[in-house]
Design a protein around this ligand. Structure first.
Ligand SMILES: [Zn+2]
Ligand SMILES: [Zn+2]
Length: 452
């Protein structure tokens, strides 16, 4: 009897520190190893993963986001000597995120030497290329439609097929046409549940609004600030703006780590990693890369004196768009723009991503206007925001109907919901009850997979 168990070290009924162990008496396979970011606090490690690190046969990473990858280098510190499997784009992106994380949190969870040891053991793969994890166990990566290089992980464990979706998106987004389904029916589905309760509008509808407002604000010579996550949303936003001819003369300033992520994205603009539709759109627009447009201006290309460049952008009389980190306004260049542009009621701050409770982004999103920012030169400053606040309800995660669809199509006998809060999971349980009866996990509790 081939009994297989799953243990969650995080991300059971919340989003953060995704890390799951698949195990039987002979083998241990780890899927993701992320941290949980908490506003104004240190990040939290997945609980229990240190104890199993030295027993692991293989470690797989679904995508670069820090809630899936941030604790991974500690596995090496705790005795893991095997390989780390991921897609090629994920390796490029995650390495930048790991370095960035070191800058923010120092060596709290792991240090540079751990990172070097991990980097040496990374094995990169294309989608749909099976690879061996241990005797009788193989895996392959499937397109997840989430961010560049993001994968679902399909595991063949001695004939039992297990699909771990990690983060998936069913919607057509600028670079992808939604997640792919496995060709074969599977036995066990471990799926995210982030948007169980939230209706996600079609992208094209949100795009119309974003472009229209961008045009209006800049025609009137005002500024539109778009705080964006460096990986994923910022590239999507920039592509949406790049492919609108009406905005071709509008300066679009790009600040923070987004510029590095754009460069990495440019390396992977082939049908191996992005949709054919997107490549055709680029070709029709006469572009090799969406980021090569002449109205796209990396802020550090203006002056080596970054603050002077930001001041120039904020205070000149042109209408412009500023796409900048951090996405939830927890720090980064966006604070300088809030300081310099926030007191003008004609300017616009446009939210393009989900805002976690407790972040400055969430507070502003919910209506707070008296805020404290870090002015970029190490000093805190209180200010009253007068700029207009607008919300563009993009999401990188599947809508509830997309989750129902994957449950239906894969026909799994055992379905496990992870990576979503209780309210969302309860809504899904009700929404899918005519096609499936998913279950949830308890953190740290070894749970036997059914249908093996
Ligand atoms: Zn993600
Ligand atoms: Zn995630």
């Amino acid at each position: 009897m081939n009994e297989i168990n799953i243990t969650a070290f995080g991300a059971t009924d919340y989003v953060g520190r995704s890390s799951f162990l698949l195990s039987n008496k002979d083998h241990n396979i780890l899927l993701d190893c992320g941290i949980e970011l908490r506003p104004k606090q240190f990040s939290v490690a997945p609980k229990g993963v240190d104890d199993v690190a030295s027993d692991l046969d293989a470690v797989l990473l679904s995508h670069a986001h820090i809630d899936h990858s941030g604790y991974m280098p500690s596995l090496s510190r705790n005795g893991y000597r095997g390989n780390y499997f991921m897609t090629h784009p994920t390796k490029e992106v995650v390495y930048r995120l790991w370095l960035d994380h070191l800058k923010i949190e120092g060596r709290r969870h792991w240090g540079e030497s751990d990172l070097d040891r991990v980097f040496h053991k990374i094995r990169t793969l294309n989608y749909y290329k099976p690879f061996k994890l241990a005797d009788g166990i193989s895996a392959q990566f499937l397109n997840a439609g989430h961010v560049l290089g993001a994968a679902q992980i399909l595991i063949d464990w001695e004939g039992t097929l297990i699909l771990y979706t990690a983060d998936i998106n069913d919607r057509v987004t600028p670079m992808f046409d939604g997640y792919d389904l496995p060709k074969e029916e599977i036995d066990i589905l471990i799926t995210e549940s982030t948007n169980g309760e939230r209706y996600v509008p079609e992208r094209s509808k949100i795009d119309v609004g974003l472009r229209l407002i961008a045009k209006q604000v800049t025609d009137e010579k005002h500024k539109m600030i778009l705080p964006s996550f460096a990986v994923g949303r910022s590239q999507e936003t920039l592509i949406t703006l790049a492919l609108d001819d009406d905005l071709s003369d509008v300066p679009i300033y790009i600040d923070g780590m987004i510029n590095q992520m754009n460069m990495i994205t440019e390396h992977f603009l082939s049908d191996k990693w992005v949709s054919k539709r997107f490549l055709e759109q680029l070709r029709d627009a006469g572009l090799h890369s969406p980021f090569e447009k002449s109205n796209f201006i990396p802020v550090n290309s203006i002056s080596e004196r970054t603050h002077a460049a930001r001041r120039y952008i904020a205070k000149n009389t042109e209408g412009s768009i500023i796409v900048t980190t951090s996405g939830m306004l927890e720090g980064g260049p966006v604070h300088t723009y809030l300081e310099l542009c926030g007191d003008n009621e004609e300017n616009v701050i446009g939210f393009t991503g989900y805002q976690v409770d407790g972040t400055l982004g969430r507070a502003i999103y919910d209506g707070e206007r008296s805020i404290t920012i870090d002015n970029g030169r190490g000093r805190k400053k209180n200010l009253v925001l007068k700029a207009k606040v607008m919300k563009f309800p993009y999401s990188g995660h599947s809508s509830v109907d997309g989750l129902k669809f994957i449950m239906q199509k894969t026909d799994a006998q055992d379905i496990i919901l992870i990576h979503g809060d209780k309210r969302n999971q309860n809504y899904i349980l009700d929404y899918v009850k005519d096609v499936a009866q998913p279950r949830t996990l308890k953190e740290g509790v070894k749970t036997r997979l059914l249908g093996v």
